[in-house]
Write a protein that binds this ligand. Structure first.
Ligand code: PSU
Ligand code: MN
Length: 307
């Protein structure tokens, strides 16, 4: 499956290789959420729980990361815990994935870089929390995540809880539309906003079953349309923080980022950490619940693709 030129650089964990060879469902998972999205030990617990949920659904999890210059498709529990504890991991997107491999570095892969790893290995379904997108104030900062370009070019289904509410959701949807990325809300007419089930934005497309999502993706491939697609799965009601409650915390975090002139890759981790503090950890509990919810749906989509 792996292109010849990449074979010497990539390690596919045995359970993942076996599942791919037997055409069993596999779900890719990102690792920036582990290295830069949550504190230790919650990051490690979250990653272990998410893998267990995927296994309970009958699929094989493949957490993707770069460890000592090896592009890993699937981590052992020990590798995962080591990654969760290290304070020195890079945050890797398309621009720096090969840098980390060539310099024998260690890093968490963002949505963009995880899509690249998944596609190299032949994995087409990927679960995460929230994608990167167009930041508030992007008209002056130009801060637009490389995740959006990756969704346009790499054929992987990304299951998320929408765009993080720290982003400008309107502008994020506009860019996705310009880049011809399908955005499918799962069982909802409105776009979810990560910690909240609803946003004021109507969903571009809606589907209500994993089978329908799998069929949509297959049809895109059959028509030669290429590229990925974004599934937006609302957080379960019992874990949500309503948008009007989150708005104040997000605005405060945003102001702090501007005051401290945070820029580039540091913006998303800074905002997430600040919001965690402002909400007394409540945002983290919701973040964990929504990733678990996305893992479950992703496993069902992966099963529908192979079934
Ligand atoms: N959502 C989270 N936590 C995270 C991220 C998203 O709840 O850590 C990460 C993802 O890896 C995403 C990245 O791809 O943030 C986007 O970063 P940037 O905005 O710098 O592209
Ligand atoms: Mn950015």
């Amino acid at each position: 499956m792996i292109p010849h030129s990449a074979q010497a650089l990539v390690d596919i964990a045995q359970p993942v290789a076996d599942a791919l060879a037997a055409r069993k469902p596999v779900v890719a998972l990102e690792s920036t959420i582990i290295t830069h999205g949550m504190p230790y030990p919650q990051n490690d617990e979250m990653a272990a729980n998410v893998e267990a949920i995927i296994e309970a659904e009958g699929a094989v999890p493949a957490t993707i990361a770069v460890i000592d210059g090896r592009l890993k498709i699937g981590l052992t529990p020990q590798e995962r815990t080591t990654l969760a504890r290290t304070g020195e991991a890079m945050k890797l997107s398309r621009a720096d994935l090969a840098f980390a491999v060539s310099q024998r570095r260690t890093g968490g892969t963002t949505v963009a870089a995880t899509m690249i790893g998944a596609a190299l290995a032949g994995i087409t379904v990927f679960a995460t929390g929230g994608i990167g997108g167009v930041h508030k104030g992007a008209e002056t900062s130009f801060d637009i995540s490389a995740d959006l370009d990756e969704l346009a070019r790499t054929p992987v289904i990304v299951v998320s809880a929408g765009a993080k509410a720290i982003l400008d959701i309107d502008k994020t949807l506009e860019v996705l539309e310009s880049r011809s990325v399908p955005v499918v809300a799962y069982g909802s007419d409105t776009m979810p906003a990560f910690w909240s089930r609803r946003s004021p934005h109507p969903a571009p497309l809606r589907l209500d079953t994993p089978e329908a999502i799998a069929r949509f993706f297959k049809t895109r491939g059959a028509l030669g349309l290429g590229g990925g697609m974004l599934v937006a799965n609302p957080v379960p009601a019992e874990h949500e923080i309503p948008a009007d409650e989150m708005a104040g915390f997000i605005a405060a975090a945003q102001e702090a980022a501007e005051a401290e002139r945070v820029s580039g890759k540091a913006v998303t981790p800074f905002l997430l950490e600040r919001i965690l503090k402002l909400t007394d950890g409540r945002s983290l509990a919701t973040n964990i619940a929504l990733v678990e919810n996305n893992a479950r749906l992703a496993a069902r989509i992966a099963a529908a693709r192979t079934g």
